[in-house]
Design a protein around this ligand. Structure first.
Ligand code: BG6
Length: 482
């Protein structure tokens, strides 16, 4: 059978990780602009390393340097987007997942009308994509909320942020709806629990001693906002489709001891919870009981449950990088993954950053998600962070990256052949950009190399890696020639 005709092959990026131009075009500060370079982030204490304190934020706000704030400079996509889009078009991209920096349209989040320079920038970008025949898949919120909302409202913990997000989304639909029919609300909506500041602008000191409670409240506000704007998107843009976006964190039991299986079940149920709310339009009963017992069930307003019911998504998108195992044995060897720490799986190899490579896990995830939700799926992030070497003649040989993608595509194809409805696939990331967790660029994901080091030195010249030509061929043959 193979991939359907018109399968959406492409790549995924996020504004805060590649645009740069942090203080140009009327843009306000976002939470990403105060994220510092952390090459040695220890996932065992991920929150401690990645999250910030009020004091650190204030220090960062007066510091105008970009050296140790790599997300401020990105890879200068803001000025180079035409060159980069041309390279994506050369690979034959059908789709490009981009995000809109909220603070480029609403610098503090509180304005009543958008910053026209920001609107113009994105409009030009979408026009260029249209000219090149690349369809946008647009994420409304990808780790880049206006910093002012974090400081003044403790981010999404405050219900008033819903209205501000709805205003921003409405602007996006009205201004860019002519170009974009495919949308996503919150990137990895489940990640608020793992990194509350990055995802939802939550500052620990403003949480009255209970950060987790704040997180679940913020999450509820994001669910409500997502449901409102899903409905609105359908009303404003004819033929549009809205998806939710989940970090697919598949966990296997380390052994068949019932205790390990039970602990694993708990992890997987938690991972499903977020998509359950957005696909089924209601909080699952088991999670409701669990949150109530723990005192974390969020405050709701009358009508919230109805809003959730009326704003369910058209498709489910997810990121997939690695899998984990779980064990109740406290001495079981642990290994990092995508902002999580799990138990090592002896059957899997790991990336240079310790993330366990598991192509079959992608097939398992696709089958499990499709069987549970029965709506089309979209893989909107998948890839491997690696250290690349530029040869003397300027070439970059990255067989490890080709191997990673090839193995994942084979499994993806098997899932499709088994009957999974898959709309498309966007690799993370088609071009080297700034890492979300460590702010490195030397953790390279791209098919396109960017001559820039972690501290911003380099010509920023773009170079095609071996994987560039390989992915081009994959797209040309609609996944037949791997
Ligand atoms: C995903 C995020 O979780 O993982 C991306 O949505 C991120 O923003 C990607 O870049 C890879 O993680 P990292 O930390 O290696 O950049």
């Amino acid at each position: 059978m193979g991939f359907q005709q018109g399968f959406l092959w492409g790549g995924a990026v996020a504004a805060n990780q590649l645009e740069g131009a942090w203080n140009e075009g009327g843009k306000g500060l976002s939470v990403a602009d105060v994220a510092t370079y952390k090459p040695n982030v220890d996932v065992k204490e991920y929150k401690k390393h990645v999250e910030v304190s009020l004091e650190k934020i204030k220090e960062a706000m007066v510091d105008k340097d970009t050296t140790y704030y790599p997300k401020r400079r990105g890879i200068d996509f803001y000025h180079k987007y035409k060159e980069d889009l041309a390279l994506f078009a050369e690979m034959g991209f059908k789709v490009l997942r981009v995000s809109i920096a909220w603070s480029r349209l609403y610098p503090t989040g509180e304005e009543l009308t958008p910053n026209q320079e920001g609107v113009k920038y994105y409009k030009e970008m979408f026009k260029e994509m249209k000219r090149l025949g690349i369809e946008p898949l647009v994420t409304l919120s990808h780790y880049e909320m206006p910093l002012e909302l974090a400081l003044k409202y403790n981010g999404w913990n405050d219900r008033r942020v819903i209205d501000m997000f709805v205003r921003f989304s409405k602007t996006c639909f009205e201004e860019f709806g002519e170009y974009a029919k495919l949308w996503l609300t919150f990137n990895e909506v489940d990640s608020v629990i793992r990194h509350p500041f990055t995802t939802a602008g939550i500052i620990p000191e403003l949480c009255d001693g209970d950060e987790i409670k704040c997180c679940y409240q913020a999450l509820h506000h994001q669910f409500v906002a997502a449901a409102i704007v899903t409905k609105m998107c359908h009303e404003i843009i004819p033929g549009s489709k809205m998806g939710c976006m989940l970090t697919k964190l598949m966990t296997y039991p380390r052994t068949c001891a019932p205790e390990d299986v039970l602990a694993t079940q708990d992890k997987n149920l938690d991972n499903n919870f977020y998509a359950d709310v957005m696909v089924f339009g209601e909080y699952p009963r088991l999670k409701t009981v669990q949150l109530k017992n723990a005192g974390y069930y969020p405050k709701m307003e009358e009508g919230d449950l109805q809003i959730l019911k009326e704003g369910t998504v058209d498709f489910l998108s997810f990121s997939y990088y690695m899998t984990m195992t779980e064990s109740v044995d406290p001495n079981a060897e642990r290994t990092p993954g995508n902002t999580v720490l799990g138990v090592k799986n002896p059957y899997l190899e790991s990336s240079d950053w310790g993330w366990q490579i598991d192509p079959i896990g992608l097939r398992i995830s696709l089958i499990e998600l499709y069987d549970r939700y029965r709506i089309p799926l979209f893989i909107v992030e998948n890839g491997i962070g690696a250290k690349d070497v530029v040869e003397e003649d300027g070439s970059i040989h990255d067989p490890y990256r080709i191997d990673y993608f090839k193995a994942h595509f084979k499994e993806m194809k098997k899932a499709v052949d088994a009957g999974v409805e898959l709309m498309g696939y966007t690799s993370w990331a088609p071009i080297d950009l700034i890492s979300a967790s460590t702010s490195q660029i030397t953790k390279r994901y791209g098919f396109i190399y960017v001559d820039q080091d972690d501290l911003g030195n380099g010509s920023q010249e773009r170079k095609r890696k071996d994987s560039f030509y390989w992915y081009k061929k994959v797209i040309e043959t609609n996944g037949e020639d791997l």
